[in-house]
Write a protein that binds this ligand. Sequence first.
Ligand SMILES: *Cc1c(COP(=O)(O)O)cnc(C)c1O
Length: 394
Amino acid sequence: MNTEKVISRDNDYILHTYARSPVALVAGEGMVARDAEGRQYLDFTSGIGVNSLGYCHPAWVRAVAGQAAALQHTSNLYYTEPCGALAQALCARTGLDAVFFGNSGAEANEGAIKCARKYSVDTYGPARNKVITLVNSFHGRTLATLTATGQDVFHHDFGPFPANFDYVPAGDFAALEKATDADTCAVMLELVQGEGGVVALDADYVAKVAAFCKEKDILLIVDEVQTGVGRTGRFLACEHFGLKPDIVTLAKGLGGGLPIGAVVMNQKVAAHMGPGSHGSTFGGNPVCCAGALAVLDTMDEAFLAQVRERAAQLRAGLAALPHVQQVSGLGLMVGIELADGIKAAEVRAACEREGLLVLTAKTRLRLLPPLILTADDVAAALATLRRVLENTRS
Ligand SMILES: *Cc1c(COP(=O)(O)O)cnc(C)c1O
């Protein structure tokens, strides 16, 4: 089926909730995706931070195909090996104690909110259930995580919303102190706001928030759905901030392309989540867990050192491009603020026509390349971006 036919059928039968590019992909290998007409794209989006090992990494394919051929699903009424192995690996990598598996970032955050409220309500009584998040955050599209998302643009027409969420501007510690009351049970934040424009939080602010939460026994939930699993050059972005939260959520890059989300927490929180308190039919699916294990196995210290090197190369190269005002974010989570009134959306479309896939976030151009990229891939993307930017009129 050619691209035109794929697009036309989608338009007929799929809900029009996405503003899509006129591109239909059929295959991929490493950094490169291919469409039905054989056109190739250098992919600096990794399916929005999901394909952490690129397209069809051999170790990942082997793990997933092997597990699919052995046992694809059992429900959580029975035990399977991959899910426990993955949970053990995640605890080892994060220093936390226990994991709940779901299927997406939103579900992971939904689970985190439930875990936080359960701990707080059990410990301090039913009124202590307020969750504070940051303005410009993004935590997902389910009703509770949409409520947690501090961007009004997503809220219109979907209320009523779950009660007792509040928002404070990122970086404003006094505002957080002021919003906190006797009923506050958790603060949830992204260390680099992704969908909010690729904006890293200030380290001093994060340290203050962490100390404040600890003092008040308010649980700190760090949403690492986008920043986690090597994206910033460390397994968790928390490591850059010397941070040990009560709960960390993971999803996007964890499964290497399969749907999986994880709520990773300390024993204090885990102890309150007994039988029946939470559940998921697909959560902990052995095929997804086998894929995630292949991701974690591949992502050793040498791999992460390589991510940091490529990130430094990419950031230095971007800063030297025409019309680039500022390069934001952390590691391979990159935001590019353009000067001279140049529109990120137009640059993104032009890159696509030149065979380079990139993203936008708010007014910024955004790059989330697979973590396997080489120095040559970085150079190729920079060359295309330079060509596009040189030819873009403000
Ligand atoms: C993408 C994202 C989510 C939502 O993940 P889904 O898998 O789309 O539900 C939540 N939090 C952050 C920080 C994200 O980037």
